[in-house]
Design a protein around this ligand. Structure first.
Ligand SMILES: NC(=O)c1ccc[n+]([C@@H]2O[C@H](COP(=O)([O-])OP(=O)(O)OC[C@H]3O[C@@H](n4cnc5c(N)ncnc54)[C@H](OP(=O)(O)O)[C@@H]3O)[C@@H](O)[C@H]2O)c1
Length: 334
């Protein structure tokens, strides 16, 4: 049994996470926290025994967790992570505060100076399927962002055949829950319902994470265009890429098969079939499909995930399971 605490338990991602941990056979919840405390939240309201307290570090430590999950805003995680690690508690952070390896990127993309650059070097980037043994030794896991999860799962297996002289274009669409429960006019029902729009082009903080994950360096062109879908949850990313040589459908299929041989939550569709969001919403799964173009010199690749699950909470539990030596699917598959 592993003792766990969740900070941010009343948020969209934290509430999903708390629900999964509550049914995890090897996790015992020793503390639930948020800024204000309370039992409200999409999952907490269906588990009447689960009530978050206003956050207090001493109370979190007193519960004796082995692992603390942070589903808090970036600036909050940036501060809390070192304080919690100091008490010998491992951390799985769902925010972006420890995802980028270069501290210099934080002021421009996140709007704050990173005060703990050594921890950026230590944090394991928890795109579970691309991790080997490092999760079992990790003290700090930076859980990937939702858009990067959808994009990197689809493109990382093809890294060595991508033509970096050509732009990598990632056209992603997300449901409104991707922005958390904050009330903001742009994310309100009246603005989103019946609408569809691009936003954050060239400024979205997931862009450097995608660049880092694809090892694109500073020079290769990455075009990342996030869009807001008039739906609650789910991400569909469409990627347009060129290859260094003409590839066959069998070659691409084999690269995916090698990458995902032991990946219970990733399904790659037969060449020419493209996935739909409704297949993965409310599941911990990702689906990927591709269509070769121009005799295999280019491809359109489509991937779908649930932003709150594979893009946040269920991936955090995959990482927790690997960290603690439990089956990767524990609490995630019935
Ligand atoms: N939404 C997604 O699809 C998604 C996907 C991947 C990663 N993430 C990341 O996960 C984190 C949470 O996202 P979210 O969408 O769940 O946000 P959210 O719905 O806005 O929830 C934020 C949570 O953090 C708590 N919180 C805020 N300030 C705090 C503080 N100073 N101390 C303790 N708790 C505090 C809030 O408590 P109160 O309720 O009491 O205010 C709430 O429980 C963010 O870093 C986000 O970038 C989100």
């Amino acid at each position: 049994m592993t003792n766990v605490a969740v900070v941010g338990a009343t948020g969209y991602a934290g509430a999903e996470l708390t629900g999964i941990l509550a049914r995890h056979p090897h996790a015992k919840i020793t503390g639930l926290f948020s800024s204000k405390g309370g039992a409200r939240g999409p999952v907490l309201s269906t588990y009447p025994d689960l009530i978050a307290e206003p956050f207090d570090l001493d109370a979190l430590v007193a519960g004796g967790p082995d692992v603390a999950f942070l589903a808090t805003p970036n600036e909050v995680s940036a501060e809390l992570v070192p304080e919690i690690l100091e008490h010998g508690i491992k951390v799985i952070d769902l925010s972006g505060a420890y995802r980028l390896t270069q501290p210099a990127l934080y002021p421009a993309w996140y709007g704050f100076n990173h005060e703990h650059p050594a921890l950026l070097g230590e944090a394991v980037y928890g795109l579970t399927e691309m991790c080997n043994g490092e999760l079992s030794k990790a003290r700090l896991v930076a859980n990937p962002g939702c858009y990067p999860t959808s994009i990197l799962l689809a493109l990382r297996p093809l890294t060595y055949i991508l033509d970096r002289e050509q732009p990598v274009i990632c056209d992603s669409k997300s449901g409104v829950s991707g922005a958390g429960k904050k009330s903001d006019l742009a994310w309100s029902f009246a603005e989103v319902s019946g609408n569809f729009k691009a936003y954050g082009v060239g400024t979205h903080r997931h862009e450097p994470e995608i660049r880092q994950g694809l090892h694109l360096g500073d020079r290769a062109t990455l075009v990342f265009v996030p869009h807001l879908l008039p739906t609650v949850r789910g991400i569909l990313s469409t990627m347009h890429v060129a290859f260094t040589h003409a590839v066959s459908a069998q070659e691409v299929t084999q690269l995916y098969a090698d990458a995902f041989a032991d990946a219970p939550f990733v399904k790659v569709l037969p060449a020419g079939q493209l996935p739909e969001m409704k297949s993965v919403v409310n599941t911990p799964n990702a689906e990927i499909g591709f269509q070769l173009l121009q005799s295999g010199r280019r491809a359109v690749i489509v991937s779908v995930i649930d932003n709150l699950l594979k893009g946040a909470a269920s991936q955090a539990v995959q990482n927790f399971n690997r960290m603690c030596g439990y089956a990767e699917t524990e609490a995630l598959k019935s």
